[in-house]
Unconditional design. Structure first.
Length: 151
């Protein structure tokens, strides 16, 4: 009677093949996740610019906080992103919003919004910046600003 089953060598070969496939696939998976987070950050910044533009048209100035965009005193919400306070993380990025250049009436004539990776090199490599011009700018390794390279 012959015993049927796998030998130790056959099992070790199968494990080695799975390890090789994993070594090839995992870095690609992590890179695609990083690129996905960066693409989402760019899309979110475009959404924020649109919300700020609509807010400015309705209120003669830009919003200074997420609450102003999400829960205006009168009328519908300008922003549907789940950002409720500064430094909220969304899809691997931290977003910061600030009004700039207040006029005599206290209305902001500009705004700045940054999107920084929550974990540099893991959730994103590029740092993003946008203001009322609507031009999204990026930097690598440090926070982006108005002088950074446009996308």
């Amino acid at each position: 009677m012959k015993n049927k089953g796998f030998t130790l060598i056959e099992l070790m070969i199968v494990v080695a093949i799975i390890a090789i496939i994993a070594a090839i696939a995992i870095p690609n998976l992590l890179r695609s996740r990083l690129q996905s987070n960066e693409a989402a950050a760019i899309g979110n910044l475009k959404t924020i610019v649109g919300a700020q533009t609509a807010f400015a048209a309705a209120n003669r100035g830009y919003a200074d906080t997420w609450v102003e965009l999400r829960e205006p005193a009168d009328g519908p919400s300008f922003l549907d992103l789940e950002i409720a306070a500064n430094d909220d993380t969304l899809q691997g990025y931290d977003y910061n919003l600030a009004g700039a250049e207040a006029d005599a009436n206290g209305l902001f004539q500009n705004f700045t919004c940054t999107a920084n990776p929550n974990n540099d090199g893991v959730t994103g490599i590029r740092y993003f910046f946008v203001d009322a011009s609507g031009i999204i700018r990026f930097a690598t390794g440090a926070a982006a600003d108005a002088d950074s390279t446009p996308i």
